[in-house]
Design a protein around this ligand. Structure first.
Ligand SMILES: Nc1ncnc2c1ncn2[C@@H]1O[C@H](COP(=O)(O)OP(=O)(O)OP(=O)(O)O)[C@@H](O)[C@H]1O
Ligand SMILES: [Mg+2]
Length: 248
């Protein structure tokens, strides 16, 4: 596992200057530069490993999954090299639709319930080359639905149409959904938010997903000077890179 390092100069509490979605260049050039670096690393790794399905996840809530998934997908699409699909797999607290200004209905959950065909849930976004599937209506058992045949076949069909699928997931520890879909996912990137995520929970999330599945860790926020938090506990990950396996 490697550190992919997106972090911001901003205060760890992310108070006022929240990077805005799809307009990073003008509003926060520093964040935009970090994001481009992250995109380049992720794209390179996905390409050499011949991976197509990337999940963006984290141990607990509020670590920056949705923001990172949207901006990473948008940035990948904007290069024009790949047909990119962003899918909201957080069926408990879907927020991709709201963040992108899309209607929240007719999304993944509606497809999984069998009420609409795939063509109905595929939307264009304002970013050329970026298609989106929003979460859809609230359903009672998201994990069971994500474990079902319909989700599996949806991913197969989407892989025929897109070069890269970016999935925004719920947090790993509170609910089983991210672990449930891990078989279907080629690789995870794991957000770690400084001064927010207890290290033992981060470690637990790595164990739950399995280190081999983790393409890298994205450090979000800023490590306090005297904190040395991540490196104290996770410095060893600089030395190992077991996730770089070739698919046969
Ligand atoms: N690097 C960052 N700089 C500033 N603000 C950030 C950064 N990362 C995330 N945020 C902000 O923190 C809040 C939580 O981010 P986000 O919704 O992406 O987290 P999440 O992990 O998807 O949360 P949840 O688990 O609840 O779905 C949002 O307001 C987001 O804009
Ligand atoms: Mg989210």
């Amino acid at each position: 596992m490697k550190i992919l390092s997106l972090s911001t100069r901003q205060d760890t509490e992310f108070p006022s200057r929240r990077p805005s979605i799809l307009n990073l260049k003008s509003i926060d050039p520093h964040y935009y530069e970090l994001l481009k670096g992250l995109r380049a690393k992720v794209e390179y790794k996905m390409d050499i490993l011949n991976f197509r399905v990337l999940a963006v996840s984290s141990a607990i809530a509020g670590e920056g999954k949705t923001l990172t998934a949207i901006n990473l997908a948008a940035n990948m699409a904007s290069t024009g090299r790949k047909r990119v699909l962003l899918m909201d797999v957080d069926l408990r607290k879907s927020s991709v639709a709201r963040e992108l200004g899309l209607a929240p209905d007719c999304g993944l959950s509606d497809f999984l319930l069998g009420s609409v065909p795939m063509e109905k849930i595929l939307r264009n976004s304002v970013v050329p080359g970026l298609s989106v599937i929003v979460g859809g209506k609230m359903i009672s058992s998201p994990a069971d639905m994500l474990a079902g045949e319909r989700f599996l076949s949806l991913l197969q069909d989407l892989k025929a149409q897109f070069d890269l699928l970016v999935l925004d997931t719920p947090p790993i520890l509170p609910v089983p959904d991210a672990v449930t879909i891990s078989e279907q996912v080629d690789a995870f990137i794991l957000l770690f938010r400084f001064s927010h995520t207890p290290h033992q929970l981060f470690r637990q999330a790595i164990e739950d997903i399995g280190e081999r599945k983790i393409l890298g860790v994205v450090l979000n926020g800023e490590e306090k000077k005297n904190e040395n938090y991540y490196h104290k506990y996770y410095g060893k990950y600089y030395q190992v890179a077991p996730s770089e396996r070739k698919r046969s």
